[in-house]
Design a binder for this molecule. Structure first.
Ligand code: ZN
Length: 470
């Protein structure tokens, strides 16, 4: 079933640091149940060489990509297969949001212009008062709609009433990874033991498969103890689950944790066996050199959330250094109450800009940091690597799941297009996302969601606002 991808033999030389553009492709292809050919002016494969096909085509069969190549050759070999020709569009892998809380759409705008501590002091009591499964389902549905309309096909979520959230995401067609959220907030060890027991039972009912894996979400090292984290690790590893945790988001958090436990957050994770592959560190803003090296040595991934970190004045993660050290770094929006949207393309642009502009104190930054192709890679393939799903997601290659996004670049604000990665990162926006497929299923068609009524979703959010202020 594996088709052949483009090869070196027909590459056009590109200036150093830019995309390699392929104008021809190998001719050997096989019948494989192809159902649809999607043709676009550019296909950003985000393969291991960041190959961009000019006038490319992607062949879908069931939930998979079975072939990708130059359109003329693919079409010749796929006569009779329906073709969707997206003129002026770029096709790229579905975007991967590596850290969010989708249901927090219901609190968007409730607690702006304050730091994390004051943000939580406002939001947490409201959550305790208003959350219910029905409200989380409605709010997650809205977050999932906003996500797919922005080209996000996979999201790593952390929120309460996880089954309600998963139901909502499935209805929209978003590939949402989630699982039990864990706090040491209950009355004594009994509460934690019951939580752990429920988490184990939940993991038994939600095995990994089909581009999805279960998650355990111990909230942070200041809300879960080191001993509890070690238990979480053992439970997660026994079930192929990710561990998703907030880490070193603010300087105050690092000081609090160090004062309480004698180690900073990264040190606690190291002690608990949680710096290895399979752990997603949300934020990782405040890292000492030795902590950065420990993350690189351990294999954990980092979810970089530039909008949230800037808005809450948390600081700026050492992303160029993390990437240089080999740490998988994906992009995240964080929840829509702190960032305040689920726009991963905006996060990609912000990451590309802010890490160029801000260098070591007293320096003027470095305009070569995080070029457009690199942040697209962070938003797709690296995000999949952070989630341990790089074998199935994150690039347009035969054998991978058909998670695709078509961005219209034939617009006054995006033409002319010298480099589609540049146009997408520096000039386009989520309003240019026209079509989205998740696992071969069309979830956005001409800029509208396919399976849910957006007007109803918006009306539900207005209703949730009344619940919150009431
Ligand atoms: Zn978060």
């Amino acid at each position: 079933m594996m088709g052949r991808g483009p090869t070196d033999c027909c590459a056009v030389a590109a200036p150093p640091g830019t995309v390699r553009v392929v104008v021809s492709a190998p001719a050997t292809r096989r019948p494989d149940g192809a159902e649809l050919v999607v043709r676009a002016d550019w296909v950003l494969t985000v393969d291991d060489r960041d190959t961009v096909l000019v006038d490319g085509a992607v062949v879908l069969a069931g939930d998979r990509i079975v072939d990708v190549g130059v359109a003329a050759e693919v079409l010749e070999e796929r006569r009779g297969v329906p073709v969707e020709h997206l003129r002026g569009h770029a096709l790229l892998p579905g975007l991967v949001n590596t850290h969010t809380h989708l249901a927090m759409t219901m609190f968007r705008g409730l607690a702006d212009d304050r730091d994390l501590e004051r943000f939580l002091a406002t939001v947490v009591p409201v959550e305790a008062r208003v959350l219910s499964a029905a409200r989380v389902e409605a709010a997650t549905r809205a977050g999932a709609v906003e996500s797919v309309l922005a080209g996000v096909t996979t999201a790593l979520d952390m929120y309460f009433f996880v089954d309600a959230g998963l139901r909502a995401a499935a209805e929209v067609g978003l590939r949402m990874l989630a699982g039990p959220v864990m706090f040491d907030g209950g009355p004594g060890d009994l509460a934690w033991d019951r939580l752990l027991g429920w988490a184990e039972e939940w993991l038994d009912r939600h095995p990994a498969g089909g581009g999805w894996r279960p998650v355990l979400g111990p909230h942070a090292t200041y809300t879960v103890t080191p001993a509890q984290l070690a238990e979480v690790r053992d439970l997660a590893r026994g079930h192929g689950a990710l561990v998703h945790i907030h880490v070193a988001e603010t300087a105050a958090e690092c000081e609090t944790v160090a004062a309480r436990h004698g180690r900073r957050p990264v040190g606690i994770l190291e002690q608990s066996g949680l710096l290895e592959r399979g752990t997603v560190l949300a934020h990782a803003v405040h890292l000492h050199d030795a902590e950065l090296a420990a993350i690189a040595a351990g294999g954990a991934g980092v979810a970089h959330c530039p909008a949230s970190n800037l808005k809450l004045a948390s600081g700026l993660a050492r992303v160029p250094e993390l990437v240089a050290a080999g740490v998988p770094v994906g992009l995240g929006t964080d929840g829509p109450a702190s960032s305040n949207d689920l726009d991963l393309l905006a996060a990609a642009r912000l990451a590309a800009l802010v890490h160029k502009g801000i260098g070591a104190p007293g320096t003027g930054g470095d305009a070569t940091r995080l070029p457009a192709a690199a942040v697209i890679r962070m938003a797709t393939r690296e995000g999949a690597r952070v989630l341990g799903l790089e074998d199935q997601l994150g690039s347009i290659e035969a054998g991978k799941l058909a998670d695709l996004v078509a961005v219209d670049l034939d617009r006054p604000h995006t033409q002319p297009v010298y480099d589609p990665a540049s146009a997408i990162v520096y000039a386009s926006g989520r309003g240019d996302v026209r079509h989205v497929w998740v696992g071969g299923r069309r979830v956005v068609d001409r800029g509208r969601t396919v399976s849910v009524d957006e007007a109803r979703v918006t009306a539900e959010l207005r209703g949730l606002q009344r619940d919150v202020v009431g």
